[in-house]
Design a protein around this ligand. Structure first.
Ligand SMILES: Nc1ncnc2c1ncn2[C@@H]1O[C@H](COP(=O)(O)OP(=O)(O)OP(=O)(O)O)[C@@H](O)[C@H]1O
Length: 255
């Protein structure tokens, strides 16, 4: 399923958050959204997910969702959003609760996603017993459980330390190699964007407009931290963003 975002603008009161955004999220590809603070990245993700309606323009889902898809769109948030009183398996089961599934099918889906996210041995643990990286794995397992057409990921690694972030990036690449899921991935971290994105869309300072689009052809599995071409992409993206990021920073301080 492709997502087609056509002429999307969004206004909050007197603030224009997004202005005339047009882009396509292709099936089986990861699109990273970057841009200075307050440029509307999270707003765009919410509009894509249908949590809010755009003031103008449209978000269209084109084509059929993947076989067995229970929810076309699903979120992974920065703060994991786990229920503390539920076990790992219980948190994953939450995503399946409003779907007509037999007991055996439900158990099979949960076992499958826990195995894929390396959580099988932790199925009875509670969130408080887990590290940040493990908690985010649970959130990713929960998102995968509904076999989404598109995963909407809002800075999923930004609450984690550098080493854990590296490990989870490797995990995300392995998962993507198996599933070829479609994702829109918001991040502030340019290294993350060039590691995980097939396409990187740079938004301008508020109101967010598409400032530049970069496509990286190298397969995700071949990309390693520190690769010279990825470093060049990071430098290029930072050149595109620097002045706007500084201006956005000053604006926040002025406010
Ligand atoms: N519910 C809301 N009501 C009013 N204004 C909002 C609301 N949500 C976002 N905004 C404003 O819209 C603009 C875009 O916000 P958004 O959170 O989408 O940006 P962002 O690029 O995700 O920011 P950051 O990188 O800092 O997380 C900001 O000026 C923000 O203050």
């Amino acid at each position: 399923m492709n997502l087609s975002i056509e002429g999307v603008s969004h206004v909050y009161g007197r603030t224009t958050a997004l202005d005339d955004i047009t882009l396509t999220v292709e099936s089986g590809r990861v699109l990273c959204l970057i841009g200075p603070s307050g440029c509307g990245k999270s707003t765009l993700l919410r509009l894509i997910g249908g949590l809010e309606r755009p003031s103008a323009g449209s978000v269209l889902q084109e084509g059929a969702p993947p076989p067995g898809c229970l929810n076309p769109l699903t979120y992974v948030f920065q703060d994991f959003a786990l229920l503390p009183w539920r076990t790992v398996a219980g948190n994953v089961a939450l995503a399946l609760e409003h779907h007509r599934l037999g007991r055996a099918e439900r158990a099979e889906i949960i076992a499958d996603v826990l195995a894929r996210t390396k959580l099988a041995d932790f199925r009875d643990a509670f969130p408080r017993q887990l590290s940040g990286g493990m908690k985010q794995r649970v959130a990713i397992a929960r998102a995968l459980a509904v076999r989404p057409a598109v995963m909407l990921m809002d800075e999923p690694l930004s609450a984690l330390d550098g080493q854990t972030r590296e490990l989870l990036m490797d995990d995300l690449v392995s998962l993507w190699e198996r599933e070829r899921f479609t994702a829109v991935y918001v991040t502030h971290n340019l290294a993350e964007a060039v590691r995980l994105g097939h396409t990187i869309v740079v938004l301008s300072r508020r109101p967010g407009r598409v400032h530049a689009t970069l496509t990286i052809d190298r397969p995700l599995a071949d990309r390693q931290p520190g690769d010279a071409d990825l470093e060049q992409h990071v430098a290029h993206l930072w050149d595109l963003m620097r002045a706007e990021a500084e201006a956005a920073d000053r604006e926040v301080l002025d406010a």
